[in-house]
Design a protein around this ligand. Structure first.
Ligand SMILES: [Zn+2]
Length: 430
């Protein structure tokens, strides 16, 4: 214990005295909360060339760096949304048949909507997303434009079109579930430059809450094997448990959505370090926005029941120590509500620190970027947010209090002296 204390003191002295140059900007906060969910014994973050150069106290005394006083704001790492559909958007508000209206959009309209969604996402404090199903190469285009600095938005890790019977129609008379068919489908994504291979393992989306398996376990494994050999990550969409065993056997990186995981599934996911992205809140979104989609009261009731099942599953998985990442499954008017998922995590029994970790460090682990993103730590990319209020006591400080957002050392959102802080209407959870 005492040795630990001495080590801490030595470390903090090392951190404080790390040299910083004149090009360095030091941001001084009231408090800094790391992606581990712990408050640091430091208030200053020194940024240079988009990288965190030092974290400590009174850093300006040991350098000629510029000091920016962030007042009473609290810093956290830039958030990571592990499940978006950033290319799903309409030129105007939905008129009651949102999916039909989306189907009628032009590519140009989708590109414009994707850019708007990217900005709305930044306003929520999200600086990185994993986008999981997009057509026409719009996701790649947006990713590259953002990386080049031509468009303002979160960095995007993308899958291109998910592997799905609608995206991968089988040639007449052939069995689409063969391992060879799915292997070829995965190879196509790898060639196109996808960062992720997404497999729709089951039905289930929006008002369809079914979970019927599309593919055999052998087929899913064949796609996963070829993806892994190419250094890609794999995720499986399973609304219920119908594709969960196949995904676990295939050794996927993550499982998206599933409700009703058994204790054996939970044990196996933990043992294999498979990350759970439960996307609880998106069914609240569909219920709350049902008029935009033309959903009736029956659909609304079913969505609310599903939210309850999802919360119950997350409660057990979290208790058992499964790594959980925040994914909004945001579509259309859901952008700007990305972080309402954190409220659902608290409802499922997570501590505030665990919820913070799910949206930062766990997201970075999922992306394979945990040496670069998701923490406020020397050497990491300078992505951080400034919130009013303390999210360790009230998670709403993140949901409705994001006052400034820094991405790669640039303040891409700054409402310290004006402009509207994003305050989503998360409505009633269930
Ligand atoms: Zn989705």
């Amino acid at each position: 214990m005492r040795q630990n204390f001495i080590l801490q003191v030595i470390l903090s002295i090392l951190i404080v005295t790390m040299p910083v140059s004149a090009e360095t900007t030091i941001y001084r906060f009231t408090k800094i909360i790391d992606g581990t969910g712990e408050a640091l014994l430091a208030r200053d973050i020194a940024v240079e060339s988009g990288i965190i150069k030092a974290v400590g106290n009174n850093l300006d005394r040991s350098s000629n760096g510029n000091l920016v006083d962030m007042g009473s704001l609290i810093a956290l790492p830039g958030l990571i949304d592990a499940h978006t559909h950033i290319t799903y958007g309409l030129p105007e508000a939905p008129k009651g048949n949102a999916w039909g209206e989306l189907g009628a959009t032009t590519r140009e309209q989708r590109v414009a909507a994707a850019k708007r969604n990217a900005l709305l996402t930044l306003e929520t404090g999200v600086t990185s997303v994993r986008d999981l199903n997009a057509g026409g190469g719009i996701d790649f285009e947006l990713r590259d434009a953002i990386n080049a600095g031509a468009v303002r938005g979160p960095r995007i890790f993308t899958s291109g079109p998910g592997i799905h019977p609608a995206n991968d129609p089988s040639p007449e008379g052939t069995d689409k579930t063969t391992p060879e068919f799915l292997k070829a489908a995965a190879e196509k994504r790898i060639e196109s430059g996808a960062d992720w291979i997404k497999i729709f393992g089951t039905t289930g989306s929006a008002d369809d809450l079914t979970s019927r398996a599309y593919y055999s376990a052998a087929a899913i494994k064949a796609a996963a094997d070829v993806a892994k050999a190419a250094g890609k990550r794999i995720t499986v969409h399973s609304y219920g448990i119908e594709a969960v065993d196949a995904a676990i056997t295939a050794g996927v990186t993550s499982l998206d959505h599933p409700v009703g995981l058994t204790e054996n599934h939970i044990k196996a996911m933990k043992a294999a370090d498979i990350i759970y992205v439960p996307t609880i809140d998106h069914n609240r979104y569909y219920a709350q926005h049902s008029e935009e989609y033309g959903y009736d009261s029956n659909v609304r009731a079913n969505l609310r029941v599903f939210v309850g099942r999802n919360i119950e599953t997350v409660r057990r998985a979290n208790h058992a120590g499964v790594t959980i990442a925040m994914g909004s499954d945001a579509v259309l008017t859901g952008f700007g509500e990305n972080t309402c998922e954190l409220r659902a995590f608290i409802a499922a029994g997570m501590s505030n620190a665990e919820a913070i970790k799910s949206a930062t460090l766990n997201g970075a682990m999922l992306l394979g970027q945990d040496n670069d993103l998701g923490r406020i730590k020397v050497g990491y990319t300078a992505d951080f947010i400034a919130v009013s209020g303390d999210p360790l006591t009230d998670i709403n400080a993140i949901i409705s209090g994001v006052t400034a957002v820094m991405k790669e050392g640039v303040l891409v959102v700054d409402h310290r002296t004006g402009g509207k802080v994003n305050k989503p209407n998360c409505g009633t959870l269930y």
